[in-house]
Design a binder for this molecule. Structure first.
Ligand code: WTA
Length: 673
């Protein structure tokens, strides 16, 4: 008899070999209808990228045309050179100008549940034009100029979309920080971006409780002294403490209510003419070393690729679709596929404030039914949680409006894929498993729902213009079905343009590992992958020290630094471990300072400490106390050994008190050397 792990592996092997073709009645009406059509378009996009992308760009509005589509001198790309445009114009003003001002741009649902139902709002393009213009003027009145960085730390409320788009409108660069990050994480990011203004809220609702956003901002401001203004949306009505400007001893205000400033703001604020390569936003993400890095995206190319991918991958059609991406705007998925890619397609985008299980585990499905959501985009970690909660929750609701289901953020295990397909998609909705990254800005490898037959667990084939390959360090393509590094061999429009303030790290991280025989660098994604006999891509996970916890990226070193900043810890080693819901959980091995005893209370304190240093998502699932962290003779942490121990594949005997790795480490060292 195979054991449970074995039979589940056999089952996923069977699922992986299944091929699901789009239903003919769906495919007939899709933007891309057949695999042959996809292949022809992909071929063209690779042979003539400039022609292909120029045509795509033609569907958006520009204030002045480009002189050249692409200028590429590795690792620097310029797309739509010399053109000017504005993202807010293409997301909002353009639709008003074309007579669609009274159509819904954003559907919003708050978390609290009243007897009559939840609080909801429908915001039209005309509303958004007025609000972004007013908030653009508010930012200007606070001294924000084109190119300045505005930090946004908000719950998922309509004002968040307004704030982001208002920045784009006036040419300010936004840095959105996920509301789950701690005060220290805010302080690090504000400091790195040299930002002087923060937009936040008195709090946000999450699982029936208030997340104290303004308190976190206040705490962050005690660690940095560069913030001149904090704009606060009143969301919960919780008391907030009001602060004066640190630089102003005469009682000048630092904190302002959003509604006070908006009441006085002028409605006239034309969209700034932005150069195609002017920065649009910076978004912090974790890497192998050091603190999170600010990934920089610019205007024109980002706009073109996110708008085209949103249209083709979700098969968006104005007047037909209601689109919902469940991500928070604090992640790249929210940037590209709640706002910037979706809105130019004139399809309403839904924002939900709260948790998937509040007040009950059917909340998402009640939202789908209430708003007749047709395109739904979520993460494997959520799907695994839904599986665990049981089919009865989605079964309570009418999900017949759904047409396309998407997944992103981490590899999806075939069982979760099958459940999504069967229970949510009623075996009728194509699933698009989209591989991409904060750095890529938009989708890179993904099925097209009317064209690409899918296999559970595979993100299938590269998007148009994307030259993806599985290579070794020399850039040589690897044989089918043998793993290698996932590389992108040519520039794409929405690629990152750099790491804020750190040119060398940009080059070292992405453009140094893989070089072809001509010495040209390929983009190194940090993922391992393989291609199967049909050319389909299968992502195998990170090859660096980044772990993907519930689809959120964390650097093991970041968590280690947080742990050693606690007085009880002298050394820490952090590795990923398999986790039923999160995909990857966090296991930490810590060595204690003299005078500290291993205990359950210390474990709790260390978890809380990591929560304060980074945020709740970084709290270790397992903390093990060790005599010493096992290292090779050259001083490298033996991570493979630690991963085996954390996964239960190797036993050190005692897991409650101090672990002695010396014997195991010796064995492993002889294996490794
Ligand atoms: C992983 C999220 C497998 C991958 C958009 C990547 C995926 C990292 C997929 C980027 C997918 C994302 N299948 N793995 N469909 N999508 N990943 O920057 O390891 O938060 O490198 O961007 O998530 O995470 P990030």
């Amino acid at each position: 008899m195979p054991d449970r792990a074995e039979s589940s592996a056999i089952e996923s092997g069977l699922h992986e070999r299944r091929l699901f073709s789009p239903a003919p009645e769906f495919a007939e009406r899709a933007h891309v209808r057949t695999l042959d059509e996809y292949r022809a378009l992909h071929k063209r996009s690779i042979e003539d990228p400039e022609g292909f992308w120029a045509e795509a760009a033609g569907h958006l509005e520009w204030f002045s045309p480009w002189k050249k589509v692409l200028e590429w001198k590795a690792p620097d790309a310029k797309w739509f050179v010399g053109a000017t445009t504005n993202l807010c114009h293409n997301c909002v003003d353009r639709h008003v100008k074309d007579g669609h001002g009274d159509e819904t741009a954003v559907i919003w649902e708050g978390e609290p549940m009243q007897p009559a139902g939840p609080e909801t709002a429908h915001i039209t393009y005309a509303d958004l034009q007025r609000e972004t213009a007013k908030f653009g003027n508010v930012l200007k009145s606070l001294g924000v100029r084109k190119g300045d960085v505005v930090t946004i730390y908000m719950p998922m409320i309509p004002e968040l979309a307004v704030a982001v788009l208002a920045c784009a409108r006036i040419g300010a660069v936004h840095s959105v920080i996920f509301g789950g990050f701690s005060a220290s994480a805010i302080a690090d990011r504000v400091h790195d971006a040299k930002s002087r203004v923060i937009v936040t809220a008195d709090g946000g609702w999450r699982r029936g409780k208030i997340v104290p956003l303004k308190d976190n901002v206040d705490a962050a401001c005690t660690q940095i002294d560069t913030i001149d203004h904090v704009v606060v949306v009143q969301r919960t009505g919780e008391q907030t403490v009001w602060h004066a400007k640190p630089s102003d001893s005469h009682g000048g205000k630092r904190d302002h209510w959003w509604h006070d400033l908006m009441a006085a703001a002028d409605e006239n604020c034309p969209c700034e003419h932005m150069d195609s390569e002017d920065p649009l936003f910076v978004l912090y993400t974790s890497g192998t070393t050091g603190k999170p890095k600010g990934i920089l995206h610019t205007t024109g190319g980002y706009m073109v690729q996110t708008a085209l991918t949103a249209k083709v991958v979700f098969d968006l059609k104005p007047g037909e679709d209601v689109y919902w991406c469940t991500a928070d705007l604090g992640w790249v998925t929210g940037h590209s596929y709640i706002v910037y890619g979706v809105m130019p397609n004139r399809v309403p985008t839904l924002m939900y404030e709260g948790a998937p299980d509040y007040p009950d585990k059917d909340r998402f499905w009640s939202i789908v039914a209430r708003h007749k959501v047709s395109k739904f985009y979520t993460a494997p970690t959520a799907i695994r949680a839904f599986m665990k909660w049981g089919e009865e929750h989605p079964k309570k609701h009418d999900l017949s409006s759904l047409r396309v289901l998407g997944t992103v953020g981490e590899p999806i295990n075939p069982e979760a894929w099958m459940w999504y397909h069967r229970v949510i998609g009623a075996e009728r909705c194509p699933i698009v498993d989209t591989w991409w990254q904060t750095e890529t800005g938009g989708h890179m490898i993904t099925p097209l729902p009317g064209a690409t037959p899918t296999k559970p667990g595979s993100c299938t084939l590269p998007f148009f213009g994307v030259d993806a390959a599985i290579v070794n360090d020399q850039g040589e393509e690897q044989p089918l079905n043998s793993g290698g590094l996932l590389a992108i061999r040519r520039p794409w429009p929405s690629m990152l343009r750099g790491i804020l303030g750190d040119r060398q790290r940009f080059i070292d991280t992405y453009w140094s590992r893989i070089r072809n025989d001509k010495g040209e660098p390929y983009y190194f994604a940090g993922d391992g992958a393989r291609r199967d006999e049909d050319g389909y891509f299968w992502i195998m996970g990170r090859v660096d020290d980044v772990i993907n916890v519930s689809g959120h990226r964390l650097g093991t070193m970041e968590v280690e630094s947080a742990l050693v900043s606690h007085e009880a810890v002298v050394e820490a080693a952090v590795v990923g471990m398999p986790h039923e819901i999160k995909g990857t959980g966090i296991a930490a091995f810590v060595t204690l300072a003299p005078g500290f005893e291993a205990s359950e209370a210390l474990r709790t304190a260390l978890r809380a400490h990591v929560g304060e240093e980074i945020g709740a998502i970084a709290k270790p699932d397992q903390i093990r106390f060790a005599e010493a962290v096992p290292k090779t003779r050259s001083g490298k942490i033996m991570r493979r050994l630690l991963r085996d121990i954390a996964a239960g594949r190797a036993d050190t005997g005692d897991t409650t008190t101090l672990e002695d790795f010396s014997v195991l480490a010796k064995l492993r060292e002889s294996e490794e050397s």
